[in-house]
Design a protein around this ligand. Structure first.
Ligand code: ZN
Length: 142
């Protein structure tokens, strides 16, 4: 299977946050203590090492640790939506992200979710800006 060609130009909404093909979040890994952090850090949040941190791709499979249903938002933002703390067990990382693919009332703790990239906006030059979110995984697709 060949990778799909993207017609419109796209890039992460923030440099260094994610990789587009294949979709992966980018964190930093500390060889000194083994801690992985997201987003990427210039020093280790656990042992404070400032040297030797390496960029690392995070796993795409997560679990909902906790969540809230957002019902009020600025104009232009569709509500309700689910904002969750998602654990990535393969990396021992917890991050904040939207969860999509199910109705808010169907989200439960420990629900399996999978990373996906979605348009986040458009840059002044027309480039599509992509951000990360997680979709409820009814079954493991990969
Ligand atoms: Zn460390």
């Amino acid at each position: 299977m060949s990778p799909p060609q993207t017609a419109a130009r796209a890039r992460p909404f923030r440099d260094g946050l994610l990789r587009l093909d294949p979709p992966r979040l980018l964190g930093s890994h500390c060889p000194a203590c083994g801690t992985t952090a997201f987003p990427s850090r210039t020093f280790c949040p656990r042992c404070r090492a400032g040297d030797g941190l390496v960029e690392t791709e995070l796993g795409v499979e997560g679990r909902v640790h906790s969540f809230t249903v957002v019902r009020q938002a600025p104009p232009g933002v569709e509500v309700p939506y689910v904002l969750a703390q998602v654990d990535l067990p393969a990396d021992d990382v917890r991050l904040m992200a939207r969860v999509v693919g199910v109705a808010p009332e169907e989200v439960v703790l420990d629900m399996p979710v999978t990373l996906e990239l979605a348009p986040f906006g458009t840059a002044e030059d027309g480039t599509v800006l992509l951000g990360h979110r997680f979709t409820a995984a009814a079954e493991v697709a990969r």
